[in-house]
Design a protein around this ligand. Structure first.
Ligand SMILES: [Zn+2]
Length: 345
């Protein structure tokens, strides 16, 4: 009995020790769990709201409009949700469907998409027609639609045909064919080089047309851009209308421009108020085409999980992706100095 009591006691004491150990362990575990749990939460839910609230308190003059943007983020009410910056409102496709390889795309400038005429935007048909005609009737747009995707494939196909004809015409081979093949290789590479330069200028021309067309749209809280979705068909060039209130971005672009002017070399650049306003407007419009193109390629989204990497920016004027002022800051103000051949192509 004595031994059994001792055993019982010892067993009981082991249990106590185990329990005590368990009790001592548990808080540690809770603490460690508590430490691990919060980090994934803030980036997904809390941070965007918190950031949005901070931006509202910073710029009180725009408070009513910014509040409506916040309400859109917080409330789950789909019907009353205000439109947020960077929302694509309409995509206009070409109306012609035949001979897409040869005939340039045509658009119907009188057919206003419903989403643009709805109460949130309220765009008039005449403004829509003006913008569409400005873009699609311009030679720079047509050259882009026809040439941009196809100039290099056409040159390569043409070069291969030349090579085949050359080989067929001299079946005996020999030194002359070797020399001609060498010359052909140089011709191919020179053609590709010029093709890349032409593509660059087609892109610049398109950005200019889009920049001019956006003059008519900015005060309607819209921006417009062009996306080429095709490889060889030129009927896959679409025109994208995006909702965007640019006032807040313009304020930040002006700040960046002032900093850039004050640190300019060899001496600081002085601008009057009007010059500054025009320069900011021009900068904004000049970047709209490349902004919309990057947006539709999903290059501007903020990471939503650690595996997607880290962004240098936080949501500012657009909830899920870089806004225009952040985009311009990255592309224009903070861009690294290009080498001569990068400038060429
Ligand atoms: Zn912005």
């Amino acid at each position: 009995m004595g031994t059994s009591k001792e055993e019982w006691v010892s067993f009981d004491s082991e249990l106590k020790v185990d329990r005590e150990a368990g009790v001592q362990d548990d808080p540690l575990r809770e603490v460690s769990l508590d430490e691990e749990k919060p980090p994934p939460v803030p980036p997904r839910t809390k941070t965007p709201e918190a950031v949005a609230e901070i931006t509202v308190s910073k710029q009180e003059e725009t408070a009513p409009r910014r509040l409506s943007v916040d309400a859109g983020i917080k409330s789950g009410d789909v019907e009353q949700r205000p439109i947020r910056n960077s929302k694509i409102m309409a995509t206009v496709f070409p109306t012609n469907a035949h001979l897409a390889w040869i005939i340039p795309p045509k658009y119907d400038p009188t057919k206003l998409p419903q989403t643009l005429s709805a109460s949130g935007v309220g765009l008039q048909v005449d403004v829509f027609s003006l913008v569409m005609r400005h873009i699609t009737d311009d030679i720079r747009f047509k050259a882009y639609a026809i040439g941009f995707s196809r100039i290099l494939p056409i040159w390569v196909v043409f070069s291969i045909v030349v090579l085949l004809l050359m080989l067929i015409s001299s079946p005996d081979g020999g030194f002359s064919v070797m020399v001609m093949t060498f010359l052909w290789t140089i011709m191919l590479l020179v053609g590709v080089f010029f093709g890349i330069i032409i593509r660059k200028h087609l892109k610049i021309g398109l950005a200019q047309v889009v920049s001019e067309a956006n003059k008519h749209l900015l005060h309607h809280n819209l921006i417009v851009g062009v996306q080429d979705r095709g490889q060889l068909s030129c009927h896959k060039v679409v025109i994208i209308f995006m909702y965007y209130q640019t006032q807040d971005c313009l304020v930040d672009i002006e700040k960046q421009l002032r900093i850039s002017n004050s640190t300019a070399k060899p001496k600081p650049i002085l601008m009057t108020h009007d010059e500054m306003a025009n320069a900011c407007d021009q900068l904004l419009r000049d970047h709209i085409q490349i902004y919309i193109k990057s947006f539709v390629k999903r290059r501007l989204l903020f990471p939503t999980r650690p595996s997607e990497g880290v962004s240098d920016f936080r949501p500012k004027h657009s909830p899920k992706n870089h806004c225009l002022c952040q985009f311009i800051e990255e592309e224009y103000f903070n861009s690294y100095k290009k080498t001569w051949y990068e400038k060429l192509v």
